[in-house]
Design a protein around this ligand. Structure first.
Ligand SMILES: CC(C)(COP(=O)(O)OP(=O)(O)OC[C@H]1O[C@@H](n2cnc3c(N)ncnc32)[C@H](O)[C@@H]1OP(=O)(O)O)[C@@H](O)C(=O)NCCC(=O)NCCS
Length: 144
């Protein structure tokens, strides 16, 4: 498995198919483009035998680095890919000169919550209805 950085134009279809399938069915090309518009984003894929099996994306938000997305293809989970991608992302963020990473998930994403714990992220807040629905957001931070 290797990790490669991709441009948005080269990976938009894969972001939508991985993100849409494994995170949120409402992901569309337009939504992803809108979310990343004007941002100095970085898109990394875990690639195994030329297949994109994992994805993460971050971008600067003020003085901090915001980790927007992480997902691993369901048939490749619990093999350490999420952890390796996350550690790669942290290294890149540090290299880019940031010392704080922020991220969020919601209370039903137990695998992601466990991964945040494992990686040493601190929970810094919660908010019900953060996305305008029944989900409760959990906010995380890590100093690197
Ligand atoms: C969260 C996710 C990226 C983890 O990817 P992964 O490649 O399976 O994770 P790893 O194999 O690297 O696991 C690393 C650690 O995370 C935790 N973890 C991962 N999956 C877990 C699960 N299903 N239950 C409990 N802990 C889990 C464990 O601490 C694990 O370490 P261990 O295997 O030594 O116990 C993956 O489950 C996923 O894509 N989920 C759907 C998308 C999603 O929810 N993304 C987050 C959006 S905010």
């Amino acid at each position: 498995m290797e990790i490669k950085e991709f441009s948005l134009s080269d990976s938009l279809g894969d972001i939508v198919s991985l993100g849409g399938k494994f995170i949120d069915h409402s992901y569309s090309k337009e939504k992803v483009q809108q979310r990343l518009q004007g941002k100095n984003f970085h898109i990394y894929f875990a690639v195994e035998n030329e297949n994109k099996v994992g994805l993460c994306i971050w971008f600067p938000e003020g003085k901090e680095a915001y980790w927007w997305l992480l997902c691993v293809d369901a048939s490749f989970r619990r093999k350490g890919i999420g952890k390796v991608l996350s550690q790669f992302l942290e290294k890149q963020i540090k290299h880019a000169g940031f010392s704080v990473i922020t991220a969020k998930t919601h209370t039903k994403r137990s695998a992601m919550i466990e991964l945040f714990k494992k990686l040493g992220y601190t929970e810094v807040g919660r908010e019900k209805g953060h996305w305008g629905d029944e989900r409760e957001a959990i906010f995380y931070e890590k100093k690197i």
